[in-house]
Structures are given as structure tokens and as C-alpha cells.
Ligand binder design. Structure first.
Ligand SMILES: [Zn+2]
Length: 211
């Protein structure tokens, strides 16, 4: 294990804990400079149905995949700040009224102890100086693994939460986009609750044709 030596101050003057790169475990910024250099930027991504725009920070493969996948480990969560900085820089805060996230399933949240979409949305909202609200909830339904491929492709069962009314222009944050079905379902639920514009911002975009 590398020696922890780096400390610094965050956006709000809080002393940050020493960090290590979530990919290669080098002490210092998370991720480290060489790993940042290895992150691939995705090509422009077509927005899923019902979504006005979609921005993605990284290709969800190689180093980009490691950074997102390791958010589930407490000692690798320091990469959230770097991810949120990069994600916030892709959008214009003046275009939105509120930031929200796609809630993970209750079982995954229990397993991990947190919701990584919410973690990213909170950090992005702070950088954009926008409120972050839980506008979506999971409907009780069969688990993903027990559903047919067609059902899985139609996305999770999402519904508006009790936050009401939904502000007109919503930015939905998620960790990874694959087919876009989840974001399309989120957009449908938000529009049914009164949203007029739904934009999406994700950390990673899975390369096309891979699951
Ligand atoms: Zn590294």
C-alpha cells in the first residue's frame, strides 16, 4: 500500500483526506496524472428518446471503467471530486433548474451502503450551484435478472418521487449509460410529473455494442 502524503483543501475549505489513485493506487491526486491521461473521451452521444441532450465525460472502458466501478469502495470514492469537476464542465448551469439522479435498486444500495448516482449528482449540483433533489423513485417490480431481455431494454421501473411540482428544466445524472433505456425511462417519469426539458449527464458511456 502506498504511503499517504497528500493533503489539500476542497471547494469549501474543508481539509481533504489523503488520497490514492483509484486505478493504480499511487499516492496523490485521484485519479493520478498518468491515469487521467489514459481516460478516453467519448464521441458525441445521441440522446435517448425523451432526453433533450446527453453529455458523457469518459468512455466506460479501461481506466474510465475502473474509476467508475471503484466508486463502490470507500477508499476509491475520492475520484468523485474529479468526476464531478469534469462532468460539471460539460454543461451550462444556466440551462437547468434542478439536478437529480437515477436511483439505484434498493438491493444494490443496501449492498454498497450508498447510491453512486446520488453521490455524483450531489457533487455536480454543488459545482453548478443548483439544488439537487431526489425527483425519481424505483417502482416495486421484478428484479432486473428475472426480467426478459425486452423488459430489461425497456429500462427500470421509474416513477416521479413525491417532490412536487417537478421544476421545468431537469438535469439527470447517472454513472453509466449503456442503451439509454434507463435515461429514457427517467425522462418519461419526469415529464409525466411536469418537466419540460430533461437533459442527461453521465460519467461513463459504454462503447456501443458492448454490455
Ligand atoms: Zn493512477
Amino acid at each position: 500500500m502506498a504511503t499517504l502524503t497528500v493533503t489539500g483543501r476542497g471547494h469549501h475549505g474543508r481539509v481533504l483526506l489523503p488520497t490514492v489513485c483509484p486505478v493504480c493506487a499511487a499516492a496523490g491526486p485521484a485519479p493520478c496524472t498518468p491515469c487521467r491521461g489514459a481516460v478516453r473521451r467519448p464521441p458525441p452521444t445521441p440522446a435517448p428518446p425523451g432526453v433533450d441532450s446527453l453529455a458523457a465525460l469518459m468512455v466506460y472502458a479501461g481506466v474510465g471503467r475502473e474509476i467508475v466501478a471503484r466508486l463502490k469502495y470507500r477508499n476509491a470514492r475520492s475520484a468523485v471530486a474529479w468526476l464531478a469537476d469534469g462532468m460539471a464542465a460539460l454543461v451550462d448551469a444556466a440551462s437547468f433548474d434542478v439536478v437529480t439522479w437515477v436511483p439505484t435498486t434498493a438491493s444494490r444500495r443496501r449492498q454498497r451502503g450508498f447510491d453512486q448516482g446520488r453521490l455524483l449528482a450531489t457533487a455536480v449540483g454543488r459545482r453548478l450551484h443548483l439544488p439537487c433533489r431526489g425527483l425519481l423513485r424505483r417502482r416495486p417490480g421484478p428484479p432486473q435478472t428475472g426480467r426478459s431481455r425486452a423488459e430489461r431494454l425497456s429500462g427500470p421501473l421509474l416513477a416521479p418521487s413525491r417532490w412536487s411540482p417537478t421544476p421545468p428544466r431537469v438535469l439527470v445524472v447517472d454513472d453509466v449509460v449503456t442503451t439509454g433505456a434507463t435515461l429514457a425511462a427517467a425522462a418519461g417519469a419526469l415529464r409525466s410529473a411536469g418537466a419540460q426539458e430533461v437533459h442527461a449527464l453521465v460519467a461513463g458511456r459504454r462503447p456501443m455494442g458492448r454490455r
